[in-house]
Design a protein around this ligand. Sequence first.
Ligand code: CA
Length: 244
Amino acid sequence: MSQRLHADEGSSALSKPLVLVVEDEAALATMLRYNLEKQGFRVEEAGDGQEALTRIAEAQPDLVLLDWMLPVMSGIEVCRQIRRRSVTRDLPVIMVTARTEDQDAVRGLNTGADDYITKPFNMESLLARMRALLRRSNAVPAKGRLVFHDITMDLATHRVQRNARSVHLGPTEFRLLEFFMQHPRRVFAREELLDAVWGPDIHVEPRTVDVHIRRLRKSINGEGELDVVRTVRAAGYALDTEPV
Ligand code: CA
C-alpha cells in the first residue's frame, strides 16, 4: 500500500501520498480535494461505498478519508470490508462523521477505522491526523519499536519505557499494551481484547480484561503522568491521550 513512499524520495508525482476521499457531498469533496492537493497530496474521489471499494482496489491509495453516511453502502461497511481483505488490512482509514451522529456510537462501535473526525472539521486538525497515520504506516516495522505519546516498546528486547523510566509489565499486560500501541485511539470491546490478546480459543470472563487493564494502568501511569488508557463506558478500552 505504501511502498511507493519508501521508493520515491524525489518530487515526482508518485512520491506524493494518494488519498481516497469517499464523500457523497460534492461541495465537501471539492473542498477536500482543493486543500489536500495544495498540501502535496494526490486525490482520488468516490461518491458511494461501492465505488470506494472499487477505487481502493484500482488506485491503491495510501490513506482513505471515509464518510460515515454514504449511499449504497455505509462507511462502516466499507471499513469492515477494507479490514477483511488481507491486502488492505493495514490501510489507514479516517472516518468522517457528522456532528448529529451519535458520537458514543461512533467511538464505541468498532468500525476498524484508525481515527475519526467530526464535521465541520478544521483542515489543520485533519492534516495532522493524516500525517500521523501516514508516518506510522510507513515507519513501523513488523517487529521493532512501537511508540505512542511518551511510551516506547521494544518488541525484540521486551523493554518498555515511559519518559526515561523503565516500566515492568507482566506478560499479559505486555501483550495488551503491544496490541493497543498497534492500534492507538481505537476502542476495543472486552471480547475483542480477549480474542486479540488471549486468543479466540481461551475462555475467560470478560471481567478478566478489567483486571489486567487495572494492572497495566498501575504500571504504565507513573505519579503525575497522564492516564493513557481510556475507558469508554459500555464500549471498552482504548489507548488514548485525550480524555473522554
Ligand atoms: Ca454523507
